[in-house]
Ligand binder design. Structure first.
Ligand code: NI
Length: 437
């Protein structure tokens, strides 16, 4: 606990920092005004895209709409990046750094049931099933907000020192098996080069946070997502004579419990959270036959790279050690699906003032980490980045009764979109104008 004089000093310092932070710059005032003027158009784009959702790597209509608008703004537009992605360059009136703003464009195989007048009626075949297609994660709002930011920044062009690269990315939700896509492929195809991007910003709408609010977390904000598979190999025998077998079922059961001690006994949970879930157990065909093999498959979520490495090593050691103790073997395979969405601490500290200018200091908060993953992380692996959540829930609503992302009842309060436009434009403009060369 702070003593009294330290408390007074802390209060003075806090007041001084936030007074400095929220002081509007000339650019902030102009951005706010221009973003307000874009509100109706941003909502119209959002509704159009919402009504015509497209699954990952199939976003051709959305990409054409995006490219069309960006060309009207006189930007240099490149299409077909990582299949359906669109990348555009806005060159400011003076030389300076290159900053990127990113939006994802894909929808999900969810049948919409929120009863909106512009609800999606699109259907598709997915995994052999006939399902609806819906923007159930709000990526339609991301596209609309980034188009709005492109409009705003275009009007400030002559005062911007440097370049803004707009990245409209396909397939954030993942690609079909065997298909590449999303941020990983965008990076592979060189989206962060030519010209070289120095920092990247992105926003995500949040259906459980009130409109007008921004939140972020320095460091690990969203988790890495790793898939692991453990093949426990024993020796088959009649279920009545287990002494003739090396039982992979019992060994697999011990491994499942052993894996949980990696989280509870080995991970420094005061540092960051770790999740390890076994989601599938496959083995055996009949009640009285001890099978040859049992396969365990699961997911690992980490918020810190060192912890992730320790967990990977722990999974291998635990599975192999327990298998060996039973006379069995364990073949462990771990694959990274998405890295940690890691907000560069220095960049984050530098840009908090911009978030406060965009939303007002009282409306910006540090949030808890999320154990879901986001492929924005692939850009952050290469260049410092900051990923910010924008409130999309109607004021006065109880978040507990609001439909979560990825569900049929998911809705966004569109009055929150202007803040997203302001945030993206402010982050880019502030980064360009405050980078010392
Ligand atoms: Ni999403």
């Amino acid at each position: 606990m702070l003593n009294r004089s330290a408390r007074v000093l802390a209060t003075v310092l806090l007041t001084a920092t936030s007074a400095f932070a929220q002081k509007p710059t000339d650019l902030t005032v102009r951005i706010a005004k221009l973003a307000d003027q874009q509100q109706a158009r941003v909502i119209a784009w959002r509704r159009d895209i919402h009504e015509h959702p497209e699954l990952g790597n199939q976003e051709t209509r959305t990409a054409a709409l995006v490219a069309g608008h960006l060309r009207k703004l006189g930007l240099e537009v490149q299409t077909g990046v990582a299949r359906t992605g669109v990348v555009a360059l806005l060159k400011g009136g003076r030389p300076g750094p290159v900053v990127a703003l990113r939006a994802d464009m894909d929808a999900l195989p969810v049948t919409e049931a929120a009863g909106l007048p512009f609800a999606s009626k699109v259907r598709t075949q997915y995994n052999g099933q006939d399902v609806g297609v819906m923007h159930a994660c709000g990526h339609d709002t991301h596209v609309a907000m980034l188009l709005g930011a492109a409009e705003v920044l275009s009007q400030l062009k002559k005062d911007l020192p440097g370049t803004v690269k707009f990245i409209f990315q396909p397939a954030e939700e993942g690609s079909l098996p065997g298909q590449e896509g999303g941020a990983r492929l965008m990076v592979k195809e060189g989206v962060l080069e030519n010209p070289t991007v120095e920092a990247v910003f992105g926003v995500h709408i949040q259906a459980q946070t009130e409109v007008g609010q921004l939140s972020y977390r320095p460091g690990g904000e969203m988790a890495s997502s790793d898939v692991f598979s453990i093949k426990v190999k024993g020796k088959s025998a009649h279920g009545a004579y287990p002494w003739l077998a090396v039982d992979p079922v019992v060994t697999a059961a011990q491994i499942i419990l052993g894996l949980q001690t990696i989280v509870s006994r080995q991970a420094q949970l005061t540092e960051d959270a770790v999740v390890l879930t076994v989601g599938m157990v496959h083995g055996g065909v009949r009640n009285n036959i001890i099978p040859e093999q049992v396969e365990l498959t699961g997911t690992i979520r980490c918020l810190n790279k060192e912890m992730q490495q320790k967990v990977w090593a722990g999974v291998r050691r635990t599975a192999q050690g327990i298998a060996e103790s039973a006379g069995a073997t364990a073949e462990v395979d771990i694959t990274n699906y998405a890295p940690i969405t890691f907000n560069d601490p220095l960049l984050t500290r530098r840009m908090v003032a911009s978030l406060e200018r965009a939303a007002g200091p009282a409306n910006v908060r540090v949030q808890k980490a999320v154990t879901g993953a986001e492929d924005f992380a692939f850009y952050q692996e290469k260049v410092p980045g900051l990923f910010v959540f924008v409130g999309g829930m109607a004021k006065g609503t109880d978040p507990a009764t609001t439909a979560p992302h990825h569900t049929a009842g998911f809705v966004v309060d569109e009055s929150g979109l202007t803040l997203g436009v302001r945030t993206l434009a402010t982050l880019a403009a502030d980064y360009l104008t405050t980078t010392k060369k």
